[in-house]
Write a protein that binds this ligand. Sequence first.
Ligand SMILES: [Cu+2]
Length: 654
Amino acid sequence: MMWTGSIFALPTLVLAVAPHARVRAAACGHLPRPAATRAVPNDNRAAVGVLANGVLTVRLVARPAAWYPDGRDGCGLTVHAFAEEGQAPRIPGPLLRVPAGTELRVTIRNELDKPIWIRGLEDRSVERLDSVAIAVGASREFRYQATVPGTYFYWGGDADAAVPRSNVDGQLVGALIVDSSGVPAPDRIFMLTRWARPAEPGVPLYELNAINGLSWPNTERLEVVQGTLVRWRIINASNFVHYMHLHGFYFTILSTGNAVREHPRGARPVVEVTEAVNDGGTFMLQWTPERAGNWLFHCHLAIHMSTDQRLDRMPAARLAGDRKGHDPTTPMGGLVLGITVHAAPGAVTRVPTTARRQLRLFADVREHVYGPEPGYGFVLEEDGRAPARDSIRIPGTRIVLTRGEPVRITVFNRLPYPLTVHWHGIELERSYFDGVADFSGEPGHTAPAIAADDSFVVEFTPPRAGTFIYHVHDGPQEHLVSGLYGPLLVVDPGSPPDPAREHTFVLSEAGPAGLRVKLRADVTGDLAELERFGQTLFINGTATPEPLELVAGTTYRLRFVSIPANAGLRITLDGPDGPQQWRLIAKDGADLPPQPLRRARLFPGVGETSDFEFTPVAPGELWLELADVVNAALETAGTPTHLLIRVKDRPGPD
Ligand SMILES: [Cu+2]
């Protein structure tokens, strides 16, 4: 993936104009002056073109435009974009939406200074999409009948761009929806697009990712009424994977696919809270917002929800330097959508009347945990006394709650920074406890971050038994990778975890240093730097975990909690004769219908949990391997982390 655009070769422009314009120039002075024509963010609500007699006629132009992902007053960037003829360019490009059977006649005129290859404007009865060139200044008509319903997209770029690149053509994309009937179910379409400047010697990677052309906090603020079914089509029109996570609710996957094919759900999990969407991938989800308040839908890659996504931060993406501060005013950026669920008329929030179980959780810091850098961790009070201030645990104490039992957790922040804690996967009754600073709650009554040396009371009643996560939410990525995460188990009443029959594995990054190395290597493809870096991943807080003993013939529940900041993880469980077999029984805390035994291999997405049943068949040694896989070729980065499992013979009959 090479970025070959030329705008950074231009000198920085200093504008000596009106005073208010000079303020803008100062904030964006590190960027070249963007194109004169502004692109309009496209919320993908209104389809374009003239539909008459079963024919949709559309005239598009591919042209340069100024993109303002941080809103009207943010910085601009010159990119290539589609416009309807005579209209402002849109990012993402104009929505094409037709009932199946419609004939499309789409003309594209190329006003760019280079030839472009267009993909996606053909029927999906094909195996793979053609790439059609349009010369500079030329026009081309794409005429076909759309016969296969689905969620697709079209895009322009270089000849070999099998998915949209994150270069100057990265916004030259548009959604293409073929409905199975003339009356589509109400839905929303969210396109994820990307722009990146690869790292070079001395210059860190910079990237930004947007939803329908905008980056948080300027993304659309969705408003829905409690109890109303919500259906979304997510289109990842970029060359990077995203892990889309919904706060407070489970969603159902209706279909998954890509630019050429859509697959109904089939054998996929029924419900979940996090869905991985590969480069060029799509999925359709639906959920019912049963509880009022402010909730989030966002990519769980820490960098994709960080303020480093903002254009005005581009020179300050100091991945190689110190970034210990916390900016409480703008704790997030990038691929984040806010949803306000308005209470249905007459709706009542049920508050339990039984006594709450009381827990006290401390966020602590200890110096020199990762070389010169501090470690952070959550410690649960377990003996009636507050733990010592530097008694961190990485991962945090395993919290075990009981389904249906109301709990009150007092979180004490003993870090020198504001803190937020998210109860990942828990269907909270009130969003006020959801852990997004100055957002969780209701409009006009939101929860702030927990100030240093302050505390915050969280109340909820977990409605479902399963494997969940608690973790820091907003703030610098270093806080998460330095230890602010822990496993959260909810068990059925009377069924505490049986230490002889189950094990929890928290998968995370090995401290803050790898964060920077890996972010650079992911984009440059320079894996050598990672090899030099060595161990990048933790299993239960260590890169050298103690061996585990299991008994042959015994069935175990293995709970995997995946909470790195930015990593593509792969777990394998192998023996001397090759891969073991296991059975997936739950994902993201939700039980699954019966699944077949499968090869013991997992690609856990960021912010996913997975529970397996595993029965070792014979005595011997097994190896659980955790690797960071950085691309589709499954090359590993750094040194994989191994956990040795010694399987003992089962005890004799006496
Ligand atoms: Cu992402």
